[in-house]
Design a binder for this molecule. Sequence first.
Ligand code: ADP
Ligand code: MG
Length: 144
Amino acid sequence: MYQSILVPIDGSDQSCEALRVAANLVDPESGSLYALNIQDPPLADDAMGRAAGLLATNADEIVQKEGRAVIEQACERVGLTNKQVQPIVFSGKPAQVILDESRRLGVDAVVMGSRGNSNIKSLVVGSVSYRVMHVASCAVIIVG
Ligand SMILES: Nc1ncnc2c1ncn2[C@@H]1O[C@H](COP(=O)(O)OP(=O)(O)O)[C@@H](O)[C@H]1O
Ligand SMILES: [Mg+2]
């Protein structure tokens, strides 16, 4: 049993399966299960702003709302309630955010999907899981 697990969720089937596995590995009494979604930074909604690479004025709000929706859907799919999972949402580069958060939270393990939402099927594992499994200083469990 693990005391704390971080599950990065991008809404893919594999990430939902990772959440299901993590829920079975974490101590149900005193353990912490963190679900992390990373969003792309939302660009400004006017053409000029987008061309200049500006972010939407309410970028933080959009990121939190969309990220939480992804996490909630994943929880519903695997039959977990809000109380069993602590949602965390950021925008940025997925692998870097996952590594930073795993360190900040001091989790025992990261449990993540082998693949995610992209269509690149030639690689055995996705670039995010590849980077995390090689760089993280905690256990990394990749769910196929
Ligand atoms: N934006 C993201 N937010 C949270 N987790 C992510 C994100 N992108 C990838 N992951 C995690 O990494 C796993 C592997 O995805 P990835 O390496 O991106 O593969 P692919 O290239 O197939 O998308 C996912 O199942 C998920 O656990
Ligand atoms: Mg991906």
